[in-house]
Design a protein around this ligand. Sequence first.
Ligand code: PAF
Length: 279
Amino acid sequence: MELFETKEKIDSYIKLCKQEGKVVGFVPTMGALHDGHLSLVKQAKKCCDVVAVSIFVNPTQFNDPKDLERYPRTLENDVKLLETVGCDIVFAPTVKEIYPEPDTRQFNFGYIGDIMEGPKRPGHFNGVAQVVSRLFDIIKPDKAFFGMKDFQQIAIIRSMVSQLGYKIEIVSCPIIRESDGLAMSSRNRLLTPEHRVAAPHIHKVLSEAVNIHNTMSVNELKEWIIKSINSNTLLEVEYVEIVDEISLKITEDWSEPGNKVICITVYAGEIRLIDNIKF
Ligand code: PAF
């Protein structure tokens, strides 16, 4: 496995791979890797000749400086984990390497950027698009792999890819859960022991909601979800929406066509957890 910290070094390596006609897969991450990330690498290994993983805590996507400061950084352990799944290239640049100058680009995602996470985390998706486009320019992948836990992020990435005309296939991969149902996330390790015990309640309620959805209206189900999750005093729902899987249009009535996804954000103490479930 090769570890690169500069654009120049990774660029010559990627050029060689491309000259040899290799299919390059890419998994962008912010490190603090867990089995969810490793499942993306495994998926990439199945259909690509070379797999690159970036580890970069991107400052432009954090709208809360405290969140950026406490984001876990575990590079040494991440590199060890990546070895175990046959990752070929690790790219772990500094902030200066990615942003020699501030990135002033403003993306417009229209509707998909204006719902759910959009208004709750102003500037977040713009920062995600800035860094992912820069990483795409450096790695020049044929395919890029993203976890479905960040459901709205995948729609944003697809939009960015089409706006900037990249010829990159975006592959969305299933959510990986702990044995108690909690969606794997780098933020889980920031939970207090009490909040860690409480957090699986989120997935339990969402699974139950899918089972009982036909017994009530869309709005009643949303209220039921909020009440059921908040009944655990360590958890507090920030928002819940039921949206169309493709367009992300907010569902108002079950008769609307298309597959639905329940998307939720819950505070467990100071830690913001996101999750979703498909019908
Ligand atoms: O999903 C993440 O971990 C980040 O948003 C990403 C895609 C690596 C960009 O920093």
